[in-house]
Design a protein around this ligand. Sequence first.
Ligand code: 9YW
Length: 433
Amino acid sequence: MAGRAGYVLKANDRDTFTVASPRLYPHMWSWDAGFVALGIATVSVPRALDELRTLLGGQWANGMIPHILFHTESDYFPGPERWRTQVAAARPAGVLTSGICQPPIHVIALSRILHDARRKGGDDQEQAEAFVVETFDRWLAWHRYLATARDPHQHGLVEIHHGWESGMDDSPRWDAPYANVHPGPDLPPFVRRDLAHVSDPSQRPSDTEYARYLWLLEQKVRARYDDVTYRASGDFVVGDVLVSALLAAASDLLADMGKELGCPVDGVNELRGIARRFRSGVLRSLSPETGLCRDLDLRTGEWLEVESAAGFALLICGGDEAAIRRQRDLLLGPRWCGHSRLRWPTVPSVSPASPDFRQRTYWRGPQWPVLNWLYAWALNRSGEQEAANSLRAAGLAQLVDCDFAEYYEPITGESLGSKDQSWTAAIALDFLA
Ligand code: 9YW
């Protein structure tokens, strides 16, 4: 399996970056790049560091790491001509990007890479440590952007302006807020390209949903990608609990690495403050009834009660031992990974016991191997080795077909979406290392 996973990453390698998948996603995606880098590190630490270096090359002046970097021409839609980031004062020079962001997984990846590099020692260790020192301020700027521009009132939840910013594009998490997104008559016409690559359109978002996605993109352009302007007028403003948990966990890890390697103390302290604020935000989102964390619709003030995998955000950032144990038991229990109908007991994107569950539809039920990896990582980090090992074993069993698919049908085990998806191959390598 490792050989085939390595082959997929090599085939998707474009020298300084890796395409998310060969046909459907022929560019560099932000959170994909994090997973990809940690997988590559098991084979080559310098190449893994290059992946992150390339990603940082797209960072905006306000600190934001954009969700797509367009290094090559392709028919991917929406491409640079739709994002029109030339209207944004903060856009980077020399690289075309989208104008929104994705979950801050990068520093978690960097800490895995450093861990691998230290195990290997020698040049690998030296290069990885030097990279952390050299890029510390850039990661700090990214985290500071999320903690300030995206949480101006210091609630402890990172606000997202588009479902795509969550990484879980079509999740039922966003059904209620999207119901308040009404595309205007001046939405420029569009032709979708995703349906040309996926044979079964029922697995993909509907055209109505797609029009809403593009309407929000339009609203970001009209706000010139200024967060204050968008917040005043945009239709979709939601506190995302998974992004918040990742920010908290990643900020602590960056603070740990920075402290060890002699990075500026002020930066380290700032990161600790960010971690504390967002961990508290995640804790406040816990539903006493379900034990799951909830997103907050900042337009209506309502908690979003959906049984999605993001509900286990507390496992990622920690903060309450009893609540963590409850989440662990829930995750491995019969409503989730232990559900009797699942082919493989890995994390489904939505609970199979939920009325929102759709076994073949994008982010509405299928299993994403990267999410399973993330929760295995989180459980391991909170000392729950047995639970982590069970997700790892099931995750590897799920991948034995070596399709390295984007996602898996949870009941039949069928591989769906894009095949040879880079991040799936990458997490297999990490699991096998
Ligand atoms: C798109 C690349 C991306 C992921 C997202 C996932 C999907 C579709 O694919 O987005 O066109 O952007 O939802 O999380 O980063 O793998």
